[in-house]
Design a protein around this ligand. Structure first.
Ligand code: HEM
Length: 205
């Protein structure tokens, strides 16, 4: 069986019009293979999870689903809202070291402290998103933190947005009568995923 480094080495001899061929031009095959694995993992489970989440959210909000279906111009905004809206409680948080001291309410963070940032909490901030616990495809959800923020924000946010917009534009055409086959609270989550990802998503059509 070929390993990722084997595939990367193969691209040195037979370059193609793809990312791995570009990478092996600049870095050794083993390193290029590590980048490729990172991109595959970081880009795949996150995007498929967002698709699942969107299907569940739209299916459980029929009027909004009908609105998005009848007006494709709503799709980009609906995608932002699907990304913002937390369907599940957070699993942990993103670890960061504080560079400077600051206060949050009555709590004091000192330089060097480890802090866990919760994008779920930020995406439910009423000051940024009024009625934040309501799912609404007509709201302006820009500024959500589903892709992180700052120097380590998501490298793949632009293609992920394109993917999701393509999916939620095409789904009504591909499965016009598609519906979630069990109540939205029923499907379990994968135990092995760092992100809250459905173990399965039964649909009927
Ligand atoms: C809906 C889909 C996606 C979501 C919700 C998502 C979410 C995130 C988040 C929250 C981070 C920042 C983590 C942190 O602050 O520590 C991140 C980083 C990253 N994402 Fe995504 N991502 C998605 C799609 C993608 C895709 C399609 C790719 C690649 C093609 C990708 C590649 C990466 C990489 C390489 C990083 C690390 C960036 C760095 O450390 O500088 N992501 N992503």
């Amino acid at each position: 069986m070929k390993t990722w480094p084997d595939v990367a080495r193969g691209k040195l001899d037979h370059p193609a019009d793809d990312l791995l061929s570009e990478l092996v031009r600049d870095v050794p095959p083993a390193e290029a293979a590590r980048y490729a694995t990172l991109l595959l993992y970081a880009g795949h489970v996150t995007t498929t999870t967002a698709i699942d989440k969107g299907v569940v959210l739209l299916d459980s909000h029929p009027a909004q689903r009908a609105a998005v279906r009848s007006d494709p111009a709503l799709v980009p905004g609906a995608v932002e809202e699907i990304l913002r809206f937390p369907l599940h409680p957070p699993r942990g948080g993103r670890p960061r070291r504080a560079k400077a001291g600051f206060a949050i309410g009555e709590h004091r963070v000192e330089p060097g402290d480890l802090v866990l940032l919760s994008a779920v909490a930020a995406n439910l901030d009423e000051a940024a998103f009024p009625d934040a616990r309501e799912f609404g495809v007509h709201r302006d959800a820009t500024g959500h933190l589903a892709f992180g923020d700052g120097p380590y924000d998501c490298l793949g946010a632009p293609p992920a947005r394109l993917d999701l917009q393509a999916v939620f534009t095409a789904l009504p055409r591909l499965v016009p009568d598609g519906h979630f086959a069990v109540p939205a609270e029923e499907p379990g989550l994968r135990a092995d995923a760092e992100h809250a990802a459905f173990a399965e998503l039964p649909l009927t059509w």
